[in-house]
Write a protein that binds this ligand. Structure first.
Ligand code: ADP
Ligand code: ADP
Length: 227
């Protein structure tokens, strides 16, 4: 079964705005997938529905075959999410932010500590673990959210504009890291971006969304062959 399957997804916001107009999308296990589109196209709304942060108006969403309406509690174990905005408590310590995540997923402390050490080390944050998150640079905060999202070893990692506002050097190192967890650990990755270059350098498959509709769904290779 696909890592993510979306059928007929529609979202009409409270003000009557129709942000998603019945989209269909499949992302296969092990894929590195980009949802590409201009600002306002509906990318964040789509991810918001998948993560159960946005209530859909109509349609079905399954994560590894689990319908999120039937069993989001179970689906969420497969899912790691890196939102666009910093959504952690800036006054908490770095280590506490990642350990709290492990707590939500019922990971025992004996497992959570080594996992936190591994991820914070890989992402260059281990030395900062005992400091407040507010002391971190913007790029470090973004890496902290990646570490937090990976704590419970999700099979699907979703990132909303992960490199927005990130300088080119850090962007490259984040790309490198994401590539590695996709290749070495087989984690399925879906990211949204409005940079074709980002999709091109990282992803195998792509969907282009515009005005709440999927206008293309193809491999990067085919897309580039046409340009
Ligand atoms: P829903 O229909 O899913 O309940 P709402 O229409 O109630 O969503 O809006 C949720 C929040 O998003 C509100 O605080 C609203 O002010 C805000 N919001 C409204 N319009 C926009 C917009 N165009 N972009 C982003 N946020 C918006
Ligand atoms: P993207 O992530 O591709 O930039 P979004 O999914 O954030 O696009 O937004 C899609 C459209 O829905 C935009 O026109 C946006 O203004 C609108 N929108 C987003 N959130 C809300 C909301 N809460 N209420 C009303 N309109 C919204």
């Amino acid at each position: 079964e696909p890592a993510l399957s979306i059928r007929g997804l529609t979202k009409v916001y409270g003000n009557g705005f129709n942000a998603l107009k019945g989209i269909d999308l499949d992302v296969q296990q092990g894929d590195f997938f980009a949802l590409l589109g201009p600002n306002g196209a509906g990318k964040s709304t789509t991810l918001g529905v998948v993560c159960s942060l946005v209530q859909k108006t109509a349609g079905q969403v399954s994560i590894f075959g689990i319908d999120i309406d039937r069993d989001f509690a179970n689906a969420k174990y497969q899912l790691g999410v890196v939102p666009q905005e910093f959504n952690f408590n800036q006054f908490e310590k770095v280590i506490d932010i990642v350990l709290a995540q492990a707590g939500y997923y019922g990971m025992p402390r004996s497992e959570a500590l080594p996992r936190a050490k591994q991820l914070l080390t890989e992402l260059g944050l281990w030395d900062k673990r005992n400091g407040g998150a507010r002391m971190l640079s913007g790029g470090m905060k973004r890496r902290l959210m990646i570490a937090r999202a990976l704590m419970h070893r999700p099979k699907l990692l979703i990132l909303d504009e992960p490199t927005a506002g990130v300088d080119i050097e850090l962007r490259r190192s984040m790309w490198e890291y994401l590539r590695r967890i996709n290749q070495d650990e087989g984690t399925t990755i879906i990211l949204t971006t409005h940079y074709l270059e980002e999709a091109e350098s990282l992803c195998r498959n792509i969907a282009i969304i515009n005005h709440g509709e999927i206008v293309r769904n193809t491999s990067i290779r085919e897309l580039l062959a046409e340009l």
